[in-house]
Design a protein around this ligand. Structure first.
Ligand code: NOJ
Length: 586
């Protein structure tokens, strides 16, 4: 799959990297398809649906972790980087999947989780054996705070909290030191300052590339560089711990490590192997710095700012009302900042976020279909690489979550526990989590109208979300007006019109309305994209109206037509504008 193999394998283009106009489809293996009826999805289950992926027209699959893991964080706690967890299959199954995808012109991107390992990884087991073990310095160890007794509350070396509502340090009794974990205590952070750690990571990456995978989605990769001096942070009112992010989200050696990774792993390999950095908390300048050139080490960021617009600052699990003008403003900021240098992902949900239609759309029966389409159209005709999530193509809605016992995810469970310890009302916390929890994304994909939704087990690890029969692949495949067909058309549109990959983005000012309207412009052509992101009709602002009267027949559209001066609920479309149209203020 080198650059020269352009025409024959259908996977490469010489003029620009495939991902600029491409669509990546994330598979969360636990919930995709279960081939052996044990309640958990698996690799043979994925293999049985590769034709669906090909029909949809995606360019690549990002596969969430399938490595051996004790599954405290559903595979994001890896205990062996060079194998497949027997729950998901075997290395042979993985090879078969790579081959089946490649035969269909689809790449496979592996999840690379190397900010931390599982506490059951042999490196950590060795590191715990004694203070002078050769793996000790592969992790981040510190003594108890001076004047305290190790293991007692407050003795932690710093006051940092983990991202899973616990202290970020755990006491290791037999060697009398703390180790750092930014996530669960079963996910100790690797010490990237140690060159042996970096060597080991580069070797395992090469091992997967040699096996035929086409790149990596790098889990929280911007957290890998920690400062040498770890100091207390600020504990905001109402919080139990300090947020470590200011110290770790762009650590002192991050650019150096990523450039070194490029140098050591990628210089002698084809330039179409993709490196996607999951990068919570990066600024636009930092994102640009890491994705400016191939040598920087990342081809795109996967950042979170637009996922935080409807969240209480500093608390991703507390919802606030979504403001479309604020969302629009944030999307515009990133479009402009990375217009000529750097690259961004376009996404609205994944395994860590609630379902897109339940969050930015309107899942009620009257608006579900049009809103799923409108939101997709508004997001995915921007500049960037689309990263969509399994089930999104049929407009899957969130999980059925009623009581604390319905939550499985470690982050939700820890959050509920911490809230109870702080004396918060459980009903209120459950109501917030019902909207924000990661559990929402993790229900089995609804393939058919059969009782098991075609997932493959009637007692899956997460119950199938309550849904009408229309929200299944089976029902939508035969309905040309379905969300599924709309996604297929949108993916194709992105590939056909290079203005979507290359054009400058100009967000049009629609004031405080929930209308998102923007232009995509190259010297040769201008595309206008308009979406009423609300369940009410909206009058069309004057300048937008002038543009719309000049627009050509829509290339793609959703929702009813409400006349020239008004947009129907969730009406959305994209069209070309002729040269002399009024356009809009930037
Ligand atoms: C980000 C992953 O997407 C998430 O699922 C995981 O819990 C954390 N990183 C820790 O690996």
């Amino acid at each position: 799959m080198s650059d020269e193999a352009v025409v024959s394998d259908g996977l490469s283009r010489v003029d620009q990297p495939w991902w600029r106009s491409g669509t990546i489809y994330q598979i969360y293996p636990h919930s995709f398809a279960d081939s052996n009826g044990d309640g958990l999805g698996d690799l043979p289950g994925i293999l049985s649906h590769v034709d669906h992926l090909q029909w949809l027209g995606i360019d690549a699959v990002w596969l969430s972790p399938v490595y051996p893991s004790p599954q405290h964080d559903n595979g994001y706690d890896v205990s062996n980087y060079r194998d497949i967890d027997p729950r998901f299959g075997t290395l042979d199954d993985c090879d078969r999947l790579i081959a089946a995808l490649h035969e269909r012109g689809i790449r496979l991107i592996m999840d690379l989780v190397v900010n931390h390992t599982s506490s059951e990884h042999e490196w950590f087991i060795e590191a715990c054996a004694s203070r002078d073990n050769r793996y000790r310095d592969w992790y981040i160890w510190r003594d108890a705070r001076p004047g305290t007794v190790g293991g007692e509350p407050g003795a932690e070396p710093t006051n940092w909290g983990s991202y899973f509502s616990q202290p970020a340090w755990s006491w290791h009794e037999s060697t009398q030191q703390y180790y750092l974990h930014l996530y669960a205590s079963q996910q100790p952070d690797l010490n990237w300052q140690n060159p042996a750690v970096r060597d080991a990571v580069y070797e395992l990456m090469a091992w997967w590339l040699d096996r035929g995978v086409d790149g990596f989605r790098m889990d929280v990769v911007n957290l890998i560089s920690k400062p040498s001096d770890l100091v207390d942070g600020v504990v905001v009112a109402g919080a139990a711990f300090a947020d470590p992010s200011p110290f770790v989200r762009f650590g002192p050696r991050l650019p150096e490590y990523l450039a070194e990774m490029h140098e050591r792993v990628f210089t002698d390999r084809p330039a179409d192997l993709v490196r996607i950095g999951e990068t919570p908390g990066l600024t636009v300048e930092q994102a640009r710095r890491l994705t400016r050139t191939r040598e920087c080490g990342l081809d795109m960021v996967f950042q979170f700012e637009h996922m935080e617009i409807d969240r209480k600052p500093g608390d991703r699990l507390s919802p606030v009302a979504l403001s479309i003008p604020a969302l629009r403003g944030n999307l515009a900021l990133w479009q402009t900042a990375l217009a000529t240098e750097g690259w961004n992902s376009l996404y609205g949900n994944n395994h860590d976020q609630p379902r897109l239609v339940s969050r930015f759309g309107d899942p009620s029966p009257d608006h579900w279909s049009a809103s799923a389409k409108a939101v997709a159209l508004a997001l995915y005709l921007l500049q960037g690489t689309v990263s969509m999530f399994q089930g999104e193509e049929i407009g899957m809605i969130g999980a059925t979550l009623r009581t604390a016992a319905d939550f499985r995810d470690i982050r939700s469970v820890n959050y509920l526990r911490a809230a109870a310890a702080a004396g918060l009302d459980e009903t209120v916390v459950v109501e917030a989590l019902r909207l924000t929890a990661r559990d929402n994304a993790r229900t089995p994909v609804q393939w058919t109208t059969a009782p098991d939704a075609g997932f493959g087990s009637t007692d899956p690890w997460m119950p199938v979300a309550e849904h009408p029969p229309t929200i299944t692949v089976e029902a939508q495949r035969v309905d040309p007006d379905s969300v599924l067909h709309f996604y297929r058309a949108l993916i194709e549109l992105r590939r056909t019109h290079l203005v979507i990959a290359d054009g400058a983005t100009r967000m049009l000012d629609t004031g405080q309305t929930p209308i998102m309207a923007y232009l995509r412009e190259t010297v040769a052509e201008t595309m206008i994209v308009v979406a009423n992101l609300s369940s009410a009709s909206q009058p069309v602002p004057e300048l937008l109206g002038q543009n719309l009267r000049a627009a050509s027949t829509p290339l793609i559209q959703s929702g009813a037509y409400a006349g020239a001066n008004s947009l129907a609920p969730w009406q959305a479309f994209a069209a070309f504008l002729p040269g002399a149209t009024p356009k809009g203020a930037p």
